[in-house]
Design a protein around this ligand. Structure first.
Ligand SMILES: NC(=O)c1ccc[n+]([C@@H]2O[C@H](COP(=O)([O-])OP(=O)(O)OC[C@H]3O[C@@H](n4cnc5c(N)ncnc54)[C@H](OP(=O)(O)O)[C@@H]3O)[C@@H](O)[C@H]2O)c1
Length: 310
């Protein structure tokens, strides 16, 4: 099942794995009390489910959203669902590197324990961020990298975790360090999206090494297929076809919440799905060499003005 996409990614896969011996235990109730978690793209789908799961474990939650009116509505919903939840709303368009810098500058936080890079989108046509970057790459890679780098002072020194919500769609694409912004060939939304998600996964070893000195762990998880507004909007035919077997948003967010709270924190730099570390490749043609990985890191660092030294 682990190597077959349809059953493994669906609700069936999650339900079956949960029943198997060795399914890791749920984090203890209250395991995040006294901790603060920030979740990007928390207005909808998996982001909302993640914020709720973290709040249920006792975390103070910061909803990082691009539309604060929506964010305020979600905060009220979350507070009604989880009595006593401590929730704040912060504005940030993660694809806009200037806005990421402004967000970090304005953030009034002394300490952050969990940072979930969940915000995601699949632009139907090739779209550019305010800085002229292809949008999927800016939203899924450049913005999150810059945000984490700038937040290192509040993340460092206390077993903090950074979780990238990637996609199983990356299994079909190899890293394109030679054309990270999809400037050549006919643009395809699913390919651009999957390439950016592949880049998230390929950068894991680099980031794990870079942030280890601060005691910050970095993890990626792929949620399988979950029924969310994003899937309805971006993949309507897929949604219609797979609707009955899609996971609910809580099922899609389960591993993110688990990685955020499990004690001890798992080793940094791995890809997870349904609470288990997974291979980052299922196909030989997607394998990445160290040179390409260094190239994509140098490119991303350069575009986001991240210093080369740790
Ligand atoms: N659902 C699945 O089956 C599935 C599978 C694989 C991976 N994923 C990944 O899971 C994550 C969540 O997806 P979802 O299915 O829950 O989708 P969703 O319902 O569309 O939620 C996406 C969230 O991202 C936010 N967002 C989009 N662009 C943003 C930006 N520039 N800055 C800040 N926030 C932004 C959206 O905010 P607005 O409300 O303002 O639009 C929304 O809160 C994504 O990274 C996606 O790639 C999902």
């Amino acid at each position: 099942m682990d190597r077959t996409v349809a059953p493994g990614f669906s609700q069936i896969g999650l339900a079956a794995r949960r029943r198997l011996p060795g399914w890791p235990a749920d984090p203890a109730p209250g395991s995040l009390s006294g901790r603060t978690a920030a979740v990007t793209g928390a207005t909808s789908g998996l982001g909302y489910a993640t914020a709720e799961g973290l709040a249920r474990l006792g975390a103070d939650v910061r909803l990082v959203v691009r539309d604060v009116h929506k964010g305020d509505r979600v905060k009220a919903e979350l507070e009604a669902e989880v009595p006593g939840a401590q929730v704040l709303v912060d504005r940030c368009d993660v694809s806009d590197l200037d806005d990421v810098r402004r967000f970090v500058k304005d953030l009034d936080a002394e300490r952050l324990d969990v940072l979930v890079h969940n915000a995601g989108a699949m632009p139907p046509t090739r779209t550019e961020s305010p800085q002229g970057h292809e949008l999927s790459m800016s939203l899924h890679v450049l913005g999150p990298l810059l945000m984490t780098e700038l937040l290192r002072p509040v993340l460092g020194g206390h077993d903090a975790r950074v979780v990238f919500v990637t996609s199983g769609g990356m299994y079909g694409q190899r890293l394109r360090a030679d054309d990270p912004e999809f400037t050549s060939g006919e643009y395809s939304p699913t390919t651009a999206y999957a390439r950016s998600k592949r880049a998230q996964v390929e950068l894991l070893p680099v980031l794990a090494d870079r942030w280890s000195g601060d005691g910050i762990g970095v993890h990626a998880m792929h949620p399988g297929w979950a029924d969310t507004p994003g899937v309805v909007e971006s993949l309507p035919r897929f949604h219609k076809l797979t609707g009955p077997v899609l996971r609910d948003a809580d099922g899609g967010a389960d591993t993110t919440v688990w990685l955020s709270a499990v004690d001890p924190q798992p080793p940094s730099g791995q890809l997870w799905h349904d609470r288990r570390a997974r291979s980052t490749h299922l196909l030989g043609r997607t394998r990445t060499g160290a040179t390409e990985r260094t190239e994509i890191w140098d490119w991303a660092r350069d575009q986001a003005s991240i210093k080369a030294t740790r």
